[in-house]
Design a binder for this molecule. Sequence first.
Ligand SMILES: [Zn+2]
Length: 64
Amino acid sequence: MLESDQEFNCPYCAAVISIRVDQTGGRRQHFITDCEVCCRPIEVEVDIDTDGYVNFIAKREGEG
Ligand SMILES: [Zn+2]
C-alpha cells in the first residue's frame, strides 16, 4: 500500500478535504495544499511510522 487517502477538516472553513498521500514521497512530508472550498493555503505535515500508520496534521499556513 503506497498510497492512502486522508480526510481532514480545513483549518479555515472546516470543509472536509480528501487528499492522497504518496508514501513513496518519504516518511516525513511537508507541503502546502489549497482548500478546494475556500482556496486558502493549508500547511500539511505527514508522518508515516514503520507500520505504515499515517499521522496527518493540517494547519493554517505559517502557524506554529
Ligand atoms: Zn477551506
